[in-house]
Design a protein around this ligand. Structure first.
Ligand code: PLP
Length: 443
């Protein structure tokens, strides 16, 4: 039955409750129908309990498997707004910001400097200046950036200088879509072994606060095995650099990227413990073999903290049949979730009303935008849904809204945060005037 098969894709608080017209889907005890009536559709919902659970799973695993100091950074690129940054701060997470835009959001949420880590390939002068002003750690992507940073750091007060970590390109990617791989030899991200050695020398020469190494091999993978050879290379590099320069990284970050289940075929949910245990064991053994002290292990997950917490609720506008398909035309799509169009991401869904209804046949969910690729779901077994009904797509919390657009004048959806049985609006729905707020009419 699709309800039992699909409910584990939804937030941990998902349930079926009694509604005025029969059973209906609820998150955190709150009816999705009632939330859609109150806030409109398309509507994004984040369930804090699910995010808290994911953090607790990371913490438990780090405590169980790693003897050194450790920490967790939320990769803000997965989903960032003031409320998400506040949640990260309250959970004692660090926050990864890419560029001054995300730093601005972190500042609005009053995230402490010590918890802000800045990423970015080709950071602009404004990005670097903001990072030096606001961050606790800057992850340096390339040699040119070091020279620019050295000048900025020389001018910064000595007690307000962020630490620098170097981004290594390990030459090994994880098994994921090519557009989500970042660790391979020809990736645009990071530095190779020779450049890292040069970077360390440059930092030491300029007296820069260099404290760590970082690598990230890609996003949304289910097999941690490729992290092993990457860690070996990074530890070999650390050993070489130490013998040449005397410098040793106090912190090491193998990035994030652990996957989640988007479709019932992906279940059970990938185990956070399996991922953390793999890294911890490899790192511990690698350090032991080389006689290196255990570095601070900083993990940097995005998707595995926030994806499952998010649910997108859409209204079916029309139902259309072609000889090949049943189309459910819904009121959102490509503009709030570009992932299916970008990398063929595969999703599942449940009707909000009577979610246990058995499927009648397959249906495809398409959005209202002028692109044939605006299809969120292809050929999913679903019951009959009629215009006006609501449909909920699970695992919608990561890389939807942060990659969304105003294509075709789409208004970005409202976002609601659920916590302890209450719903808080954390982002209002865009209004028509938002679409022209930056425009200047010709004279
Ligand atoms: N760290 C870095 C440097 C990244 O580029 C990304 C994603 O692209 C992440 C962490 C987070 O990846 P995920 O959200 O898949 O955990």
């Amino acid at each position: 039955m699709s309800l039992d098969a699909r409910l584990p894709l939804f937030p941990v608080t998902a349930s079926v409750i009694a509604g005025p017209a029969g059973a209906e889907l609820a998150i955190g005890g709150l009816s999705l129908r009632a939330l859609a009536e109150q806030f409109g559709t398309p509507l994004y919902i984040y369930d804090q309990a699910t995010m808290d659970d994911a953090v607790a799973a990371y913490r438990r695993s780090l405590a169980a498997h790693y003897a050194g100091e450790s920490g967790i950074t939320l990769a803000g690129k997965a989903f960032l707004c003031v409320a998400a940054a506040q949640w990260a701060q309250r959970q004692n997470l660090w926050l990864d910001c890419t560029g001054r835009g995300e730093l601005h959001i972190a500042a609005a949420a009053q995230v402490e400097r010590a918890r802000i880590l800045v990423h970015g390939v080709n950071k602009s002068a404004a990005d670097l200046a903001a990072a030096v002003r606001q961050a606790g750690v800057i992850v340096v992507d390339n040699l040119t950036e070091i020279t620019r940073l050295a000048d900025l750091l020389d001018a910064a007060p000595p007690d307000a200088r962020p630490d620098l970590w170097l981004r290594v390109r390990p030459g090994v990617a994880v098994d994921t879509h090519a557009y989500r791989q970042t660790g391979q030899e020809d990736s645009k991200f990071g530095m190779d072994a020779g450049e890292i050695t040069q970077a360390v020398r440059l930092c030491l020469l300029r007296g820069l606060p260099l404290t760590g190494l970082h690598f990230h091999q890609g996003s949304h993978f289910h097999d941690p095995a490729p992290i092993g050879p990457a860690l070996e290379r990074v530890l070999d590099l650390a050993e070489e650099v130490q013998s040449e320069t005397g410098w040793l990284p106090a912190a090491l970050c193998p990035g994030g990227g652990w996957g989640v289940a988007y479709h019932e075929d992906d279940l059970p949910q990938p185990s956070i413990d399996e991922y953390v245990a793999f890294i911890a064991a490899y790192l511990t053994e690698g350090c032991r073999q080389r006689g290196l002290p255990l570095p601070r292990l900083q993990l940097e997950p995005g998707r595995s903290l926030v994806a499952r917490a998010g649910v997108a609720v859409y209204a079916v506008g029309a139902v259309k049949r072609t000889p090949q398909r049943r189309w459910l035309l819904i009121d959102g799509g490509l503009a709030d979730n570009p992932r299916p169009a970008l990398y063929g991401a595969r999703y599942s869904a449940l009707p909000v009303r009577l979610p246990a209804r058995p499927p009648v046949d397959r249906a495809s969910l398409a959005g209202p935008y002028c692109e044939s690729g605006d299809i969120l779901i292809e050929e999913l077994p679903l019951p009959n849904l009629t215009p006006g009904e609501l449909i909920a797509i699970p695992a919608s919390g990561a890389y939807h809204l942060s990659m969304g657009s105003n294509y075709n004048g789409a208004l970005r959806p409202a976002v609601v945060w659920l916590h302890r049985g209450e719903a808080h609006l954390i982002q209002r729905r865009e209004e028509l005037d938002d679409l022209i707020a930056r425009d200047i009419a010709l004279p």
